[in-house]
Design a protein around this ligand. Structure first.
Ligand code: ADP
Ligand code: 5GP
Length: 187
């Protein structure tokens, strides 16, 4: 069977979004899942494009209504992937990519063992912190919350199918291409 669902995960600030954006530029036929979140939009983020920004109440209703394929609390906010869009893409035979946290990635693998899990690693803990701070999108408290969980996230890397070190950006994008296009060839 063709493997159609790819999950990209790794610590906040490691460069998941940056690597993925480049990958999608080169491979525009892949669908990117848009998650729901209870966090506030950052400057420039657009509802329905970057995330569906919803209230805690709405999020709770989605959990109770079993609308999520997976969901997790990450550093004080809730994030989840709606089943509907994923199932629709898979039924239409489209390749889909999820960019989600490590807890969510393992939930997806449990439910869909054929999903391909890709973990993006930082070249060093120092580089990760520098990138997270250098992005200037979070306040100090949020940065600390995110850095505090890096070790437990790295410990989950062993359950992933592939690990890619995002040191040089171009190399990381090429590695991601090799992994995904290789999986498609072998499917
Ligand atoms: P994530 O999506 O994993 O939270 P981002 O994609 O937002 O991370 O990247 C965090 C910061 O690191 C951004 O400012 C981005 O420009 C920078 N970055 C991403 N990849 C690299 C890289 N290979 N080398 C240096 N900086 C990078
Ligand atoms: P950010 O607030 O920086 O956009 O995202 C924080 C973390 O939440 C990142 O690791 C990101 O991949 C993850 N995330 C985004 N969407 C989802 C989702 O739908 N489910 C889960 N479990 N994590 C998500």
């Amino acid at each position: 069977m063709n493997k159609k669902l790819y999950v990209i995960s790794g610590s906040s600030g490691v460069g998941k979004g940056t690597v993925l954006k480049e990958f999608l530029k080169r491979n525009p036929d892949f669908m990117l899942s848009v998650s729901c979140t209870t966090r506030s939009p950052r400057d420039g983020e657009v509802d329905g494009v970057n995330y569906f920004f919803i209230s805690k109440e709405e999020f709770k209703n989605c959990i109770e209504g079993e609308k999520f394929l997976e969901w997790a609390e990450f550093a004080g906010n809730f994030y989840g992937t709606k089943k509907k869009f994923i199932n629709q893409c898979l039924e239409e035979g489209k390749d889909i990519i999820l960019e989600i946290d490590t807890q969510g990635a393992l939930q997806v693998k449990k439910q869909m063992p054929e999903a391909v899990l890709i973990f993006i690693c930082p070249p060093s803990p120092e580089a990760l912190e520098k990138r997270l701070r250098g992005r200037h999108t979070e306040d100090e408290e949020t940065i600390r919350k995110r850095l505090k969980i890096v070790e437990e996230e790295l410990a989950r890397a062993q359950y992933f199918d592939y690990k890619i070190i995002n040191d040089n950006l171009d190399n990381a994008v090429s590695e991601l291409e090799n992994v995904i296009l290789g999986e498609q060839k072998n499917a």
